[in-house]
Design a protein around this ligand. Structure first.
Ligand code: GLY
Length: 551
């Protein structure tokens, strides 16, 4: 009798294991189909969300070089389902030790055009490699060899360029003609344009990735790669020194979280302005009953424009790296402050705005989202700043270097590449992080992730993420539907409402109060819980993105 019970128990155990129903399905969504394939394969082979994200980050550096990177930095939000805890990892670039607030100004105090964008002075100390190793060390389960090998293969054997990518390389040809190694990598040797289907190989990058895979992150910050970067930068008037690379640190920070109705919204804290601005805007919107507004109606757009103007004005005035500037963040994200702003909006009060510059960059920065079978989540946005960063490849490394120094307020009151104005809070100081708009975000309902999102788009990132949140939470749209909705963007300065497409009557009505400019806005790679299943959606605004949903 006893034996048969044991046999029965073993049978029960085996049958329950073999029929094990995973509590979650898994999803990977990125900007490039090959990076999505890499990330999904890691999950299929038993890796977790962190493993998948690390492999994706390295793969995007190869297959999406306008924004994926080793020579840039970013922000990673990680939700650990076991602990029911969200971690925020800041692997943003820092200013070199020799940087100072006058470094981009001439003797008369005027900004020297393009110095903060396309020169050896434009790069901050890159954080991506240390960021990926740090998150992996704490939460990864696969070996770094498993996670980096696919990228080594993509770089050494090459991959076929899509129509979009071939044209994009051709479009930025002038930027690559800068005397650095980028000329031989991103310009065809026979001087012909790239075409769709061309196999694009990156020999030096493959070697750098191989070194990182075999020797770890130290090789980037203290070893052969560091030496090559420092030597190229010192030969060409750059500031990055061995000490800068050796001293570089990444930081885990408390995410910025706030309640919006029944949801808990968590996003990136400073030096991202995104978390604070998104919570601030949602707090203001909570004072308006959105049931009375139809999507993209005149009233809705006017309301969003006002809400955005207050948040972006505060961004300009108060936000910067809080290790260097006392940021009143508790006030900015308080419900009380939001109620005061709402009152002003309802009474018709406006803040003063002035014209500024338009901005055009559109291929910079990239976001990806991952959820694994155990419900762990990574929401990651990283960047070289503008497309292909400074356009400078550090000699012999194949690594494109960022131009993140332009995200500082290079002269208070002077707009950066995104038309953003900064103040004392975001002035250049040694080892400081430039203020960012990157906003990886995770939204929870009853401690369960219901929306994982983030975007590219410089200053437009914050408003893109806000509209994705409102579309899903307030207008009950599926991601596929949300993605088709036209977006708007208003950032206080310049006093221009950017819009994707709106009907003629609406445009005429908006023109009475606002200057309008049509352009693409943002590019989300989101995951949402729809009917008890996680669904991904790569933004249709750009080709080449891909989601994989695993069951
Ligand atoms: N470089 C764009 C951002 O960090 O906002």
């Amino acid at each position: 009798m006893q034996l048969s019970w044991k046999v029965f128990f073993v049978f029960l155990l085996v049958s329950s294991c073999s029929n094990e129903v995973k509590p979650y399905n898994a999803v990977v969504v990125t900007r490039h189909h090959l990076a999505t394939d890499v990330g999904a394969k890691i999950l299929e082979n038993g890796g977790n969300a962190v493993d998948s994200a690390v492999a994706i980050a390295f793969a995007l550096a190869v297959v999406n070089p306008s924004a994926g990177n080793l020579g840039g930095g970013g922000f990673l939000l990680y939700y650990n389902a076991d602990e029911n805890k969200t971690y925020a990892l800041d692997y943003r670039e820092r200013a070199p030790i020799d940087a100072d607030e006058n470094m981009f100004l001439d003797a008369d105090g005027n900004v020297i055009k393009n110095l903060s964008l396309n020169s050896y002075l434009a790069a901050g100390i890159p954080g991506t490699v240390k960021g990926m190793f740090t998150i992996h060390e704490l939460f990864g389960s696969k070996s770094m060899d498993d996670l980096i090998s696919p990228s080594v293969k993509l770089a050494s054997e090459g991959f076929r360029l899509s129509d979009f990518q071939a044209n994009n390389f051709n479009k930025y040809r002038k930027k690559f003609l800068n005397g650095s190694d980028s000329e031989s990598i991103f310009i065809n040797s026979d001087d012909k344009d790239f075409s769709a289907g061309d196999v694009f190989t990156q020999t030096d990058l493959a070697e750098s990735l191989r070194l990182i895979k075999d020797k770890g992150q130290k090789v980037f910050y203290e070893g052969e790669i560091a030496e090559k970067i420092v030597s190229d930068f010192s030969d060409n008037g750059g500031l990055i020194t061995s000490q800068d690379l050796r001293d570089y640190e990444v930081y885990f920070k408390e995410p910025i979280c706030g309640d919006y109705k029944q949801y808990n919204v968590c996003s990136m804290p400073l030096p991202s302005s995104g978390g604070i601005a998104i919570i601030q805007m949602l707090n203001i919107i909570e004072n308006f009953d959105l049931k009375n507004y139809s999507h993209n109606s005149l009233d809705y757009i006017k309301l969003l424009t006002k809400v955005m103007s207050f948040a972006y004005a505060d961004r300009s005035e108060y936000l910067g790296d809080e290790d260097f500037f006392d940021v009143p963040k508790e006030k900015l994200i308080s419900k009380k402050y939001a109620a005061e702003i709402s009152k002003k909006i309802k009474s018709g009060e406006k803040i003063t705005v002035e014209p500024g510059i338009y901005f055009y960059e559109g291929d910079q920065t990239t976001h990806f989202s991952v959820i694994d079978f155990d419900g762990n989540v990574v929401s990651n946005t990283y960047t070289l700043n503008t497309a292909y960063g400074s356009g400078i490849v550090a000699k012999g490394t194949g690594i494109l270097m960022n131009n993140e120094m332009d995200d500082f307020s290079i002269k208070p009151g002077t707009p950066n590449a995104y038309g953003l104005i900064g103040s004392e809070a975001n002035k250049i100081e040694a080892k400081k992080s430039p203020l960012s708009s990157m906003s990886p975000t995770i939204i929870f309902e009853n401690s369960k992730p219901v929306l994982i999102t983030g975007s590219q788009g410089g200053s437009m990132i914050i408003n893109t993420v806000l509209q994705e949140i409102l579309n899903v939470l307030e207008f009950d749209l599926k991601l596929s539907e949300s993605n088709k909705k036209n977006r708007i963007h208003y950032q206080w300065k310049p006093d221009v409402l950017f819009y994707e497409d709106l009907d003629e009557k609406l445009i005429e009505a908006l023109k009475k109060d606002l200057r309008l400019y049509q352009r693409n806005i943002g590019e989300t790679q989101s995951i949402a819980l729809e009917n008890d299943e996680y669904k991904g959606w790569p933004d249709h605004r750009r080709p080449d993105g891909k989601k994989i949903e695993l069951h």
